[in-house]
Design a protein around this ligand. Structure first.
Ligand SMILES: [Zn+2]
Length: 691
């Protein structure tokens, strides 16, 4: 739902329906008694003291919110945490079994690698004993940068270990030839969550910057620097990062695909940034041959890196490399490092305590060996029947969106034909990959876990580094199977829904259509599909190429209506006195709005096809649709998280993701008997009409 960035049409085929109890019963057997089964619509969460026409988010979730306490280790609670908690119990059982069988499995076996990886992470006593020792060779590499010619090879070596320094190299889809990869160079290299944290004036921002410098000082101190050196180095790193931040695009600027589209030949890169030896860089990162062309996503930023490479003292660069190496390794070193890193980063989330070690280790294992885990996870949780049922809902959504496209009055037939073509060619991945990643080249060893993390980074780097010029792998997944998330990728024109997200509360084969079409249909499938046609996605064509396929009049209409969505969300309060950033959240808000309209239409089609059920718990199918939608956004956030999200997150707070789109649609007012003038009924002249 949620990675903004990034179909063949199937008629409603006869489905092999699994008996409704089987998935629920199967899941229940895997979970401890303390974990209450999740329902797509749970009437126990409704607060009937609130009017549905005043604040529907509060109506649908108020009883839950009133008794929820966010656990100390979390920044929020709600659907995503509840589903992740349940998925993590299953994943943990897979990992525990892998650990138990390490000795009996042959060397090189993927399950053995999983077990060894997780066990080395769980060895907290080993991490305490080792202290900083495991990464001393990395720090020695940084110390060896005593000549400027060593700077770029060391920068490359750190990037390959997964350390975020200076800029990012990424082999990604060529925006103008979506069938092939090319080199992308992106801005990066900051220690604070966004460039705005360096640029924003005011006391609150000053305080965060000061805390960052203090944090760096303490990290350097833990790594053995004396206080005077640590203080000087921390200030120098802050100055270097501020220079990088000043040349970085804002998140709003980055949402315009044209703003990051600057393909140039290699010679052009040499003249854009002539202090950097690009041939040395590309050799150091393991490219077999220098690339012919490069997309410099942010040219101003790369020029800034170039001038810093030329002129900034090497002592500052070494301190900067150390800072980023220490902060990226800190979570897996001994307690003083872990605690220091947590104390600093938790101010952005509001978490009061670390997650239990097994959860931290499980998440890192999922990030690094996700597809080895995914196979076992699917076998335990996601039978083929569940996949077929989820696909059927998604296919109804596709059909409903097609109907809407065919009947839009504002769109010309020329643009409409291309939009329909894009919809027809939109791919969908549901549940799990058809082809699993091969981990045979990944080395995993006993001993310090941070070294296994470094090996996993190097494995992933080698796997993709030489992709530029090669055909795009259309089978690849961007997130792992147990993940509670989904995405639309405009360059591949496909939407992806992993099994981890296709569980209760998102979806339950045993639930009624109203509930499933409100949640999986609107919040997930309708939302992702609409991303292909939001203010960002609409710039890509059916094949995933960045190409303007719109008539000028249709573009103008879209832009004008999008302004109404920006104005609507800018009017909502995020936290304290901060308002939602209507421009940053525009794509997500268009996707939510389109998701609701499409999901509702799909429900009507399903009711016509399958028949209208009796009231369930006193609610009509339409009312349960809107409850399913609103409860899919059942989230309780800490204020610290909302403050960070206003800067970094393209999604508006969940309350507005519910009340925003629902107050735009007359079918919601009709379902709950709301009248003009009610807060959940916005005046017609302020309502955007897009999809
Ligand atoms: Zn989204």
């Amino acid at each position: 739902m949620r990675l903004a960035r990034h179909l063949w049409l199937v008629a409603a085929a006869a489905l092999v329906l699994l008996s409704p109890e089987s998935l629920t019963a199967q899941l229940a057997k895997l979970l401890p008694d303390s974990m209450r089964p999740l329902r797509v619509v749970d009437t126990a969460w409704i607060d009937k003291n609130v009017s549905a026409c005043t604040d529907f988010f509060q109506y649908a979730n108020g009883a839950w919110l009133a008794r929820d306490t966010i656990p100390a280790a979390y920044a929020s609670s709600g659907v995503a945490r509840d589903m992740s908690d349940r998925n993590e119990v299953v994943v943990r059982s897979v990992l525990d079994a892998a650990v138990a069988h390490i000795e009996s499995l042959p060397a090189g076996n993927a399950t053995r690698k999983l077990g060894t990886f997780y066990a080395s992470c769980m060895d907290s006593a080993g991490a305490e004993r080792a202290g900083l020792d495991p990464i001393r060779p990395w720090l020695a590499g940084i110390d060896s940068v005593t000549k400027r010619s060593r700077l770029i090879p060391e920068l490359a070596a750190l990037q390959m270990l997964g350390v975020n320094v200076a800029f990012r190299y990424r082999p990604d889809v060529d925006a103008h030839d979506a069938a092939h990869y090319m080199v992308w160079l992106h801005q990066g290299g900051l220690g604070l969550p966004d460039r705005d944290y360096y640029m924003r004036p005011g006391a609150a921002a000053d305080s965060i910057r000061q805390q960052y410098v203090e944090h760096l000082k303490r990290l350097f101190g833990l790594a053995g620097e004396d206080p005077a050196d640590a203080a000087a180095h921390a200030q120098a790193v802050m100055a270097l990062e501020t220079a990088l931040a000043g040349a970085s695009l804002t998140r709003v600027e980055q949402r315009d695909p044209a703003a990051t589209d600057h393909p140039i030949p290699l010679a052009g890169l040499d003249s854009l940034a002539s202090s950097i030896s690009w041939s040395s860089y590309f050799r150091s990162i393991g490219l077999d041959a220098p690339p012919q062309r490069v997309n410099v996503a942010e040219p101003t930023f790369i020029r800034r890196v170039d001038s810093l490479v030329a002129a900034t003292p090497l002592e500052t660069w070494r301190a900067y490399f150390r800072a980023h190496t220490l902060s990226s390794a800190a979570p897996w070193l001994s307690s003083p490092f872990v605690q220091e890193q947590f104390a600093f980063t938790s101010q952005f989330t509001g978490a009061r305590a670390l997650l239990p070690r097994w959860k931290r280790c499980l998440r890192e294992t999922d990030a690094d060996l996700g597809e080895a885990l995914g196979q076992a996870y699917v076998a335990k949780t996601f039978p083929p029947e569940a996949r077929a049922r989820a696909r059927a809902v998604i296919d109804d959504i596709r059909a409903a969106f097609g109907e809407r496209l065919r009947h839009l009055t504002w769109m010309s037939d020329v643009t409409r034909a291309q939009a329909l073509d894009k919809l027809a060619k939109m791919g969908e991945k549901v549940g799990y990959p058809d082809k699993w990643l091969d981990y045979s080249k990944l080395v995993v060893a006993d001993g310090p876990f941070i070294l296994n993390v470094g090996r996993a980074s190097a494995f992933e780097w080698q796997r993709v580094v030489n992709r530029p010029g090669m055909p795009v792998d259309t089978t690849e997944w961007g997130i792992t199977v147990p993940t509670v998330n989904a995405y639309y990728d405009p360059s591949k024109n496909e939407m992806v829904f992993p099994a981890g997200a296709l569980m209760p509360q998102t979806f339950d084969p045993a639930a009624d259509d109203g509930a499933n079409y409100g949640s999986l249909g609107a919040s997930w499938a309708g939302h992702e599909l609409t991303h292909g046609f939001d203010d960002e996605g609409r710039h890509y064509d059916a094949e995933g190429n960045l190409r303007d396929w719109w008539t000028p009049a249709d573009s103008a209409h879209f832009a004008e209506q999008a302004k109404l969505v920006v104005a609507q969300f800018t009017g909502y309060l995020q936290v304290d006195t901060l308002h939602v950033n209507g421009e940053l959240t525009l794509g997500e808000n268009i996707a939510d709005y389109g998701g609701v309209l499409t999901g509702y239409d799909a429900l009507q089609r399903a009711l016509e096809r399958d028949g209208r059920p009796d009231l369930i718990d006193g609610y009509t199918p339409e009312q349960r649709f809107f409850l399913g939608y609103a409860q899919s956004w059942r989230v309780h956030n800490r204020p610290e998280r909302l403050r960070t999200r206003v800067t970094v997150d393209p999604h508006a707070p969940e309350r507005w993701r519910v009340n925003g789109p629902l107050s735009n649609v007359p079918v919601f007012a009709k379902a709950f008997g709301c009248e003009p003038g009610d807060p959940m009924v916005r005046p017609a002249d302020s309502v955007a009409h897009i999809w």
